[in-house]
Design a protein around this ligand. Structure first.
Ligand code: DOR
Ligand code: ZN
Ligand code: ZN
Length: 394
C-alpha cells in the first residue's frame, strides 16, 4: 500500500473507531483493526482522523481579482484548514456565465490548485442557453441581492426562467428574497440551496421547507458587537446574539444542512479604504473553530462531520467523497483535539493576510491534510505541490 495511517481514532460509520487506514492509488482500500503495512506509514496515536472537509462556498477570485486571492494561495489556505475540496463561486472578473469562461477557469485552476475543486455556475438575465448547456457544475448560483461582482438579478420572470433551466440553484437571497427563492423553486421543482442563512427570522420562514440550508462560521462565532471595523463588513452582515443562538439551535435540531465558509478575501488596503468591500476570509479557521466547539461541548463531532463532509457530498452529489469508507477517495484530515494555537492573520496562507478571528485562541489543530492519498500539509507546512483534481458530480 502507498500509505498507511496507524493507530488513529477514525470517524467512520457515524462514530470514532480505533482503525488503521490503508491507502492505495489515492483510495481508501482497507479499514482494519489489524496491522496494515505500507511504503509510507504515519503514526496517528492520540489523533482523530476525519474525512477531508468539503467547503461548498468559496470565492478564490480567479480570474480577474488575483490580487485578493488565487488558487495557489487559496488552496494552501484550504489545506491549512483541513479542507480537501472546494466549490468556487462565479462572481469573478469576468463572471462565470458561459461554458467557454468556465473552461478557461477550469484550465487555470487545474494548474494551480493543490486541493480538489468544483464550480458553481453563474446566472445572468441573458445566459439561459449556457445554463442549459453547462456540465459538471455544483449549481447555478443566483444573486438575488447586490454583492461583490454586481451579479444581481431582480426581474422575477427572468428568475423563473433561470430556476426552470437549472437542476440545482444556490442563492444569495437575504431576508425577504428567501421567500421568493423558495416560491420559484417550488414552482419549477428545482432543488434549492440557501447560502449563508444568518437570522432567526429566516430560520422561521424556512423551518418546514424542502430546501438546503447553509450557515457560515462567521455568523456562528461573531455577532454585530464584534463588527468594530470594516474588516468585519460582509454580506449578509453580522447579526445579534439572539440570531446566533438560533443558528446554533438550528444546527443541533438538524435544520441546518451544511457549513460553508463564504471565504471572501479582500486586501487590507481595500478594507481600510473609503469604500471597503464586503467579505471575510474563513477557510483556514472553520475547522479549528468547530473543533474548539466540540471540545467545549457545544457541538458533537458527528454533527461537524455531517455538516462539513457528508452533507456537502450528498447535497451536490459529489462522487466518492465525504466519508471514510473503503472505496472512497483518500481525502483526510488528521486533527489534534488537545492542541491549542492562536490565530494570527499574518501567519495564514490566504493572500489577504488577515482574519476576523485574529488573536483568538483555539483548542483544535489541523495536523495533516491528505488529498488523494498524498500528504500535502503537515505540521504547519505545505509538503507536496501535487495538484488536485476536478471533482465529478453524479
Ligand atoms: O460579503 C460577501 N462577499 N458577500 C458576498 O455575497 C460576496 C462576497 C465576495 O465575493 O466578496
Ligand atoms: Zn453571498
Ligand atoms: Zn459568497
Amino acid at each position: 500500500m502507498q500509505l498507511v495511517l496507524k493507530n488513529g481514532q477514525v470517524f467512520s460509520g457515524g462514530e470514532l473507531k480505533n482503525l488503521n487506514i490503508g491507502i492505495d492509488n489515492g483510495k481508501i482500500v482497507e479499514l482494519s483493526e489489524g496491522e496494515l503495512s505500507g511504503s509510507k506509514e504515519i503514526d496517528c496515536t492520540g489523533k482523530v482522523i476525519l474525512p477531508g472537509l468539503i467547503d461548498p462556498h468559496v470565492h478564490f477570485r480567479t480570474p480577474g481579482m488575483e490580487h485578493k486571492e488565487d488558487w495557489a494561495t487559496g488552496s494552501r489556505a484550504a489545506l491549512h484548514g483541513g479542507v480537501t475540496t472546494v466549490l468556487d463561486m462565479p462572481n469573478t472578473k469576468p463572471p462565470t456565465l458561459s461554458v467557454e469562461l468556465l473552461e478557461e477557469k477550469r484550465e487555470i485552476v487545474g494548474k494551480d490548485s493543490l486541493v480538489n475543486f468544483g464550480f458553481h455556475f453563474g446566472a445572468a438575465a441573458n445566459n439561459i442557453e449556457e445554463i442549459k448547456k453547462v456540465k459538471n457544475v455544483a449549481s447555478v448560483k443566483v444573486f438575488m441581492n447586490l454583492s461583490t461582482g454586481r451579479m444581481l438579478i431582480d426581474d422575477e420572470k427572468k428568475l423563473g426562467e433561470i430556476f426552470a433551466a437549472a437542476k440545482q440553484i444556490a442563492v444569495h437571497a437575504e431576508g425577504g428574497k428567501v421567500r421568493l427563492a423558495m416560491d420559484l423553486a417550488k414552482e419549477t421543482r428545482t432543488k434549492l440551496y440557501l447560502c449563508h442563512i444568518s437570522t432567526a427570522e429566516e430560520l422561521e420562514m424556512i423551518a418546514d421547507e424542502d430546501v438546503f440550508v447553509e450557515v457560515t462560521p462567521h455568523h456562528l462565532f461573531l455577532t454585530k458587537k464584534d463588527a468594530i471595523s470594516p474588516f468585519f463588513k460582509m454580506i449578509p452582515s453580522l447579526k445579534s446574539q439572539k440570531d446566533q443562538d438560533k443558528l446554533w439551535e438550528a444546527i443541533n435540531s438538524g435544520r441546518v444542512n451544511s457549513i460553508g465558509t463564504d471565504h471572501a478575501p479582500h486586501t487590507a488596503e481595500e478594507k481600510e479604504s473609503g469604500e471597503p468591500p464586503a467579505g471575510v476570509p474563513g477557510i483556514e479557521t472553520m475547522l479549528p473553530l468547530l473543533l474548539d466547539s466540540v471540545r467545549g461541548g457545544r457541538l458533537e463531532l458527528g454533527k461537524l462531520v455531517e455538516l462539513c463532509c457528508e452533507n456537502p457530498a450528498k447535497i451536490f452529489g459529489i462522487k466518492n467523497k465525504g466519508f471514510i469508507e473503503e472505496g472512497f477517495d483518500a481525502d483526510l484530515t488528521v486533527v489534534d483535539l488537545e492542541k491549542e494555537w492562536v490565530v494570527r492573520g499574518k501567519e495564514l496562507f490566504t493572500k489577504c493576510g488577515w482574519s476576523p478571528f485574529d488573536g483568538k485562541r483555539l483548542k483544535g489543530f489541523v495536523e495533516r491534510t491528505i488529498v488523494g492519498g498524498i500528504v500535502k500539509f503537515e505540521n504547519g507546512k505545505i509538503i507536496s505541490e501535487e495538484r488536485g483534481d476536478e471533482i465529478e458530480f453524479k
